[in-house]
Design a protein around this ligand. Structure first.
Ligand SMILES: [Zn+2]
Length: 178
């Protein structure tokens, strides 16, 4: 396993639509293990392939530690995930993204979703999720379609964030803090 580099705004690849996986094999499993390691190290609770420069429909998620730091890890590997249905009920929660570091905003989404996917053995699975997992699934599946959580906030706020990251990129990396 190897830690991968996470791409951030304003990298235009984040806007790409990712391609479906055709075969679940050892190469794919190795890649997803590296994604999981990268996600844990960041640290984050979800990571989509495109965030590590791989435009394929793969996602790793682990929300176990979100509520309880001492909880055992519960990694999920989702291949070609697809939202089958969303609740009419909505929920608002603060979100962040490893590709938009240090920015957080309230986002409204479906409170619960039903998602189909292939697991790491290529077996079809379905889950019904609510709470943090429902938010995370919607956030990560958005990534596969080139969508970011800032697309769900006001245009004014979104433009401010995009401008801030474009400016940072122009100025280059921040000087080291001594
Ligand atoms: Zn994200």
């Amino acid at each position: 396993m190897a830690k991968l580099d996470i791409i951030t705004l304003p990298d235009r690849k984040l806007r790409m639509k990712s391609m479906p996986v055709e075969r679940v094999d050892d190469d794919l499993r190795r890649l997803m293990d590296s994604m999981l390691e990268t996600m844990y190290a960041a640290p984050g609770i979800g990571l989509a392939g495109i965030q590590v420069n791989v435009p394929r429909r793969i996602v790793t998620i682990d929300v176990a530690k979100r509520e309880d730091e001492s909880a055992e890890p519960e990694p999920m590997f989702l291949i070609n995930p697809e939202i089958l249905s969303s609740s009419d009920e909505r929920a608002t929660a603060e979100e962040g993204c490893l590709s938009i570091p240090e920015y957080f905003a309230e986002v409204e989404r479906a409170a619960s979703v039903r998602v189909a996917y292939l697991d790491r053995d290529g077996k079809r699975q379905e889950i019904e999720a609510d709470g943090v997992l429902a938010i995370c699934l919607q956030h990560e599946i958005d990534h596969l379609d080139g969508k970011l959580f800032i697309d769900h906030i006001s245009k004014l706020k979104r433009d401010m964030v995009i401008k801030k990251f474009a400016k940072q990129a122009r100025l280059g990396p921040k000087p080291p803090v001594l």
